[in-house]
Design a protein around this ligand. Structure first.
Ligand SMILES: *[C@@H]1O[C@H](CO)[C@@H](O)[C@H](O)[C@H]1NC(C)=O
Ligand SMILES: *[C@@H]1O[C@H](CO)[C@@H](O)[C@H](O)[C@H]1NC(C)=O
Length: 397
C-alpha cells in the first residue's frame, strides 16, 4: 500500500461514476416509453420493499383496523386475515362456504344472478384440466433448456377463435424468450353450442391452450389466474415475467421486452406493472356493470392494475397462491389480484404505456402505438393491420 489515499479517491470516483450511469439508465427506462396521452395514470405509491411477505394477521395490511365490519366480504376477510398462515378458505367443502354466504347475507336474494352464482361456488378453486379426447394437444412444461423470459398468458373464451388466431399471428407470434398460452374454461356446451371438438382440434394444432373444466364466464376469471399460478409453480417455475392479458389486447412485444430488460433488478423482483387505478371504489348502481352491493363489500379497492393487461414477476407465483388462500373471494379478477398483492405488501407500478381503454379512433394509427406497450380493445382485423404497419420499413412518424 504505497498510496492508500489514492486508492480511496479512486474507489470513491468509481462509485460516483457508477451511480451516475445507474441514475441515467433508470431515468431513461422510465421516461422513454412515456405517452403524453389524455388518459395518463397517477403513479402508484412507492413500495417500501420489493420482497413479498405474508404476516400472520393480514387485517392491518388490508386496511381493516376498526371493529368487526358488517359487509360480508369485509367480515369474512377480517376472520380469514387473522388465521395462522397456512389455513385456507377451501378447507372442507367449498360449496359450504357459498351456502353460508347465501344464508348470512340478508339481501342475498336481491343480488344480480351472476354475483349469486359467483358466491355460491367462489370457494371452489381447484378444477381439473379439460382435456380433449385422446389427450392430444398437451401443453408442454418448460424445460431447463427452454425457460421463457416472458410468458404471454392470454385470457380467452372458447368461442373466440379469431381473437386467438390474431394474437398468434401478431404480438404473440414465436420469438426468442417468448411463450404464448391461452387460458380458457370448458368448451363443452352448457349455456351455448358445444365447441369441444373445434377447441380440441385447435389445441392439437397449436398446443397453446390451457383449459380447465369450469364455466367460462366473467366472474370465473379469477380461477384462470389461480390455476395458471399453480400451473407455473409446477410446470414453469423459472419464468422471469408473466403478462396477463385479455385476448382483445394488442401488445407491442418488442417495446415491452426492452422495458422489462431495462428494469432495475430490485423493481423486477416484485414486479406488478400496468395501468394502475389507485382510487377506485365499488359502483353502487344496481343493474349497472361492476355493481357491488353495499351489504357485500364496503370501503375502497386496493391499488390494482387493470385486468386488460399487466405484467408480474414470475417468482411471485407461489406467493400469490399463498396470499389467495388468505384473501376472501371477490368477483372481479383484477381487483382480486390487487388485493393479493396488497396482502403480500407489494404495490403496483404504473406505466403510461399501458392503455386498457384505448380510444377507438386511434386504433388505425401505428405512430400512436410506437411508444406504447399495451392497448385494448382491438378487434382481430385491427390487430393484424396494426402489426403489419408497425413493421413496415416505410412507416413515417
Ligand atoms: C389483527 O390485527 C387487527 C388490526 O391491527 C387487530 O384489530 C386484531 O385484533 C388482530 N387479530 C388478531 C387475531 O390478532
Ligand atoms: C364458475 O364455474 C363453476 C364450475 O363450472 C360453476 O359452478 C359456477 O357457477 C361458475 N360461476 C359463475 C359465476 O357462473
Amino acid at each position: 500500500m504505497r498510496c492508500p489515499k489514492c486508492l480511496l479517491c479512486l474507489s470513491a470516483l468509481l462509485t460516483l461514476l457508477g451511480l451516475k450511469v445507474y441514475i441515467e439508465w433508470t431515468a431513461e427506462s422510465r421516461l422513454s416509453k412515456a405517452y403524453p396521452g389524455p388518459r395518463g395514470t397517477p403513479p402508484g405509491p412507492t413500495p417500501s420493499s420489493p420482497e413479498p411477505t405474508l404476516p400472520a394477521n393480514l387485517s392491518a395490511r388490508l386496511g381493516q383496523t376498526g371493529p368487526l365490519p358488517s359487509a360480508y366480504w369485509n367480515m369474512q376477510q377480517w376472520r380469514l386475515g387473522a388465521l395462522p398462515s397456512g389455513d385456507s378458505a377451501e378447507a372442507g367443502d367449498c360449496r359450504a362456504w357459498g351456502a353460508a354466504a347465501a344464508a348470512e347475507i340478508p339481501d342475498f336474494a336481491s343480488y344480480p344472478e351472476d354475483l349469486r352464482r359467483f358466491l355460491l361456488s367462489a370457494a371452489c378453486r381447484s378444477f381439473p384440466r379439460w382435456l380433449p379426447e385422446g389427450g392430444s394437444g398437451q401443453v408442454a412444461s418448460c424445460t431447463d433448456m427452454d425457460v421463457p423470459y416472458l410468458l404471454l398468458a392470454v385470457k380467452s373464451e372458447p368461442g373466440r377463435f379469431a381473437e386467438r388466431q390474431a394474437v398468434r399471428e401478431t404480438w404473440g407470434g414465436p420469438a426468442p424468450g417468448i411463450r404464448l398460452l391461452f387460458l380458457l374454461g370448458s368448451p363443452a356446451g352448457d349455456r351455448g353450442p358445444d365447441l369441444g371438438s373445434l377447441v380440441a382440434w385447435e389445441s392439437h394444432r397449436y398446443s397453446d391452450l390451457l383449459l380447465w373444466d369450469f364455466l367460462d364466464v366473467p366472474f370465473n376469471q379469477t380461477l384462470k389466474d389461480l390455476l395458471l399460478l399453480a400451473w407455473l409453480d409446477r410446470h414453469c417455475p423459472g419464468v422471469s415475467f408473466v403478462l396477463q392479458a385479455q385476448d382483445d389486447a394488442f401488445v407491442h412485444t418488442p417495446a415491452l421486452l426492452d422495458h422489462l430488460r431495462a428494469l432495475p433488478p430490485s423493481w423486477a423482483r416484485g414486479l406488478y406493472l400496468g395501468e394502475v387505478f389507485t382510487q377506485a371504489k365499488p359502483l353502487r348502481k344496481p343493474g349497472g356493470p361492476f355493481y357491488v352491493p353495499g351489504s357485500f363489500f364496503e370501503g375502497g379497492y386496493p391499488a390494482y392494475a387493470s385486468g386488460g393487461g399487466y405484467v408480474i414477476a414470475g417468482r411471485l407465483a407461489p406467493w400469490l397462491l399463498q396470499a389467495a388462500a388468505r384473501v376472501a373471494p371477490f368477483p372481479f379478477d383484477d381487483v382480486y389480484t390487487g388485493l393479493c398483492f396488497r396482502a403480500l405488501g407489494l404495490v403496483p407500478r404504473a406505466h403510461k404505456g399501458f392503455l386498457t381503454a384505448w380510444p377507438a379512433d386511434r386504433t388505425a394509427d401505428p405512430c400512436a402505438l410506437r411508444d406504447l406497450l399495451l392497448v385494448r380493445p382491438l378487434g382481430p382485423q385491427d390487430s393484424i393491420q396494426l402489426w403489419k404497419q408497425l413493421w413496415d420499413p416505410q412507416l413515417q412518424c
